[in-house]
Ligand binder design. Structure first.
Ligand code: PLP
Length: 431
């Protein structure tokens, strides 16, 4: 037996460096969090060795007596975490990630080339909700299904439910997807249900970003109105990287079988049992009162950041937040999200550039997404958030100063070229 450091010092060093990076810098990526040591211990356990295709009690491999207990425990805890009646709801805990959970759920509910409507990517939606560009269908969700995205209202940044109602009436989608990666407000599931019912659509909520807040009762619950609910387990829920698919058992009796078969064998092979153990641990932790306090604090922290940034007259999508993230629109300042991401990186503050409504480029978007799940896991509260917001303000001031200096220098060069009768520069200057 060798430790990792003995067997592979190169990888051990990378892990050590990354651990240091995560705790010495400020991690503000809205889709990330810091899992507990207990989750990581389960995730790095012997369970990684075991094959267990199938479901508890019906496996394609022997030796699954302990794995069956684990998967059942994880399923029970997943239902309990969201206060779900096991007679009405079931859950598949095997998806390897949020993307595979979504694709498996689509596979279960609809047929190839059926129509779907999800929130557009530049409006805060996720790639897997039907994203395509003018040039190309770049995600499986737009290659295998016909995608008709809905949008937010340009002025307010809020979901345009009116337009969605009209367009759903025209397109008659088989599936409406709600949920987002960069939307700072809660969802009107009742209204979405009505739109779905009017048009004979399934309603799927991908609550990946907010599932920890939903478990804590700090956001509306999608379960009352949706047919299927998917989530990642590693964002606000604070588990290992994976996905879950919840399905209604009562509404259409075979959804359960269709979801389970879509996960395996349609989209996946053997479940990652080490990950399922990590999910089970995270779900136990999410049921603890301390987790409810954590979720409340996440929102309070996001609101503090929003308040300070708004105080500097910066433009925030929807003018604030009700959840764990703030979407900061830098376009009025003439800055790009990429620039602020780079400057923050230099200061070990990790944010990500993000499209804001109206953006046409995902490569050079006009916004930055700031998420507070990870810093709140480090016990930071409102006072620390004031400091973090001051750092972000300073990053923007640096970018603006650099931009002005670069502009001044460019102008000076042109003027001197003009004075020196450099015709090419003079022409440019005139333009
Ligand atoms: N769904 C939403 C709303 C997301 O934001 C993400 C990722 O950030 C995913 C799905 C995909 O999750 P994964 O990266 O685990 O595939």
């Amino acid at each position: 037996y060798q430790t990792l450091a003995e067997a592979d010092p190169d990888v051990a060093k990378i892990i050590e460096d990354e651990t240091w990076r995560q705790f010495s810098g400020l991690e503000l990526i809205a889709s990330e969090n810091l899992t507990s040591l207990a989750v990581m211990e389960a995730n790095g356990s012997m369970l990684t060795n075991k094959y267990s295709e199938g479901l508890p009690g019906a496996r394609y491999y022997g030796g699954n007596e302990h794995i069956d207990i684990l998967e059942n425990l994880c399923r029970d805890r997943a239902l309990k975490a969201f206060n779900l009646d096991p007679k009405v709801w079931g859950v598949n805990v095997q998806p390897y990630s949020g993307s595979t959970a979504n694709f498996a759920a689509f596979t279960a509910l609809i047929n190839p080339q059926d129509r779907i409507m999800g929130l557009g990517l530049p409006d805060g939606g996720h790639l897997t909700h039907g994203y395509y560009t003018a040039k190309k269908k770049i995600t499986a969700s737009s290659i295998y299904f016909q995608s008709f995205p809905y949008r937010v209202t340009p002025g307010t940044g809020l979901i345009d439910y009116e337009q969605l109602t009209t367009n759903a009436g025209l397109y008659k989608p088989r599936l409406i997807v709600c949920g987002a990666s960069a939307y700072p407000r809660d969802w009107d599931y009742q209204r979405l249900r009505k739109i779905a019912d009017t048009n004979g659509s399934y309603l799927l909520s991908d609550m990946a970003h907010i599932s920890g807040l939903v478990a804590a009762g700090e956001q509306n619950s999608p379960f009352e109105y949706c047919d299927v609910v998917t989530t990642t387990t590693h964002k606000t829920l604070r588990g290992p990287r994976a996905g879950l698919i919840f399905f209604r058992k009562d509404k259409e009796s075979d959804i359960e079988q269709r979801v389970n078969q879509a996960v395996f064998p349609a989209c996946q092979g053997g479940p990652h049992n080490n990950t399922i153990a990590g999910i089970a641990v995270a779900l136990k932790q999410a049921a603890d009162p301390a987790f409810k306090a954590y979720a409340k604090q996440v929102i309070a922290n996001a609101r503090t950041i929003a308040k300070v940034l708004s105080g500097h007259d910066y433009k925030l999508q929807t003018d604030g937040t009700d959840n764990h993230l703030v979407l900061w629109d830098l376009r009025p300042l003439g800055l790009t999200g990429s620039k602020i991401e780079k400057i923050c990186d230099e200061a070990h503050i990790t944010v990500n550039k993000n499209a804001v409504s109206g953006d046409t480029s995902a490569q050079v978007p006009g916004g930055v997404r700031v998420g507070l799940a990870a810093l709140t896991s480090r016990s930071m509260k409102e006072a620390e958030m004031e400091t973090v917001a001051a750092f972000l303000h300073r990053a923007v001031q640096i970018a603006l100063t650099a931009q002005k200096e670069a502009g001044d220098k460019l102008l000076k060069n042109f003027v001197s070229a003009y004075n020196n009768k450099d015709n090419e520069s003079a022409k440019l200057l005139e333009q």
